[in-house]
Design a protein around this ligand. Structure first.
Ligand code: ADE
Length: 238
């Protein structure tokens, strides 16, 4: 099954962009996913082909019109695919949501510019608002590329060796353990001895311990959630 991505944007030339190279690019050519970039402006109705207008209530910037964006959206053969709008006001994107999306038929993504979309659009078309982080981009296109990249790498056949999904950062609720490779000694620094022991049980225990230490120090927010989940479900207790 092909993962079908449709992107609605004022800058279709930004796609596939970086997703045309490396693993995602090869997967695109192999038709493991498809991409359709739709120009929102083609659905403007006035002679100036305007897609935006001044904010109701006043203030800076411009707001994308609900009627124009809805017309663009309604032209897409959605086929039951979820519609997501990329906006800093959205729910934070998580690896769990990425995994759900990647397991489905695809996504339709709305990319805003300016001050954003007329809010009535989201209510009228049951659109999920998604943010990729607590910072503001100049538009939703980069966020859409990020979301697509995260989904595409999970599609069957895209990554060389399929990950168990357990060891990877965020899947287990922990950051991933640190990695090392040759040379054994570099600038006076060596590789942890346990990694050269060949004792796979000992290595697994060391990696888990490192993941726990790093998560606690670097991401106390993740650590708290992880520990909370462990306490609530004793089957996960160690
Ligand atoms: N558009 C602008 N900023 C964004 C963000 N942080 N996430 C998603 N879409 C955006």
């Amino acid at each position: 099954m092909t993962f079908a991505a449709t992107v609605l944007t004022l800058y279709p030339e930004m796609f596939p962009g970086p997703l045309g190279v490396s693993l995602a690019g090869r997967a695109l050519r192999e038709e493991r996913w498809s991409l359709d970039a739709v120009q929102i402006r083609e659905f403007a109705t006035d002679k100036h082909r305007s897609v935006d207008d001044t904010p109701a209530g006043g203030g800076a910037g411009m707001v994308l019109r609900a009627d124009v964006v809805a017309a663009a959206l309604d032209s897409v053969e959605g086929q039951g695919r979820p519609v997501l709008a990329m906006t800093p006001r959205g729910a934070p994107l998580t690896q769990a949501r990425v995994r759900e999306l990647a397991a489905g038929p695809g996504v339709t993504l709305l990319c805003g510019r300016f001050e954003g979309f007329d809010q009535r659009l989201f209510e009228a078309r049951a659109i999920e608002e998604v943010s990729i982080g607590d910072y503001v981009l100049s538009g939703g296109e980069m966020a859409a590329l990020v979301l697509l990249d995260a989904c595409i790498r999970l599609l069957p056949g895209v990554m060389g060796a399929p990950t168990s999904g357990v060891e990877e950062s965020f899947e287990s609720g922990l950051l991933e353990y640190p990695h090392y490779t040759r040379p054994y000694e570099w600038e006076g620094r060596t590789i942890p001895e346990v990694l050269r022991s060949g004792d796979h049980a000992k290595i697994a225990a060391w990696r888990l311990r490192q993941a726990e230490i790093d998560t606690r120090l670097r991401r106390p927010d993740l650590w708290e959630r992880h520990e909370g989940a462990r306490v609530r479900s004793p089957s996960g207790a160690r």
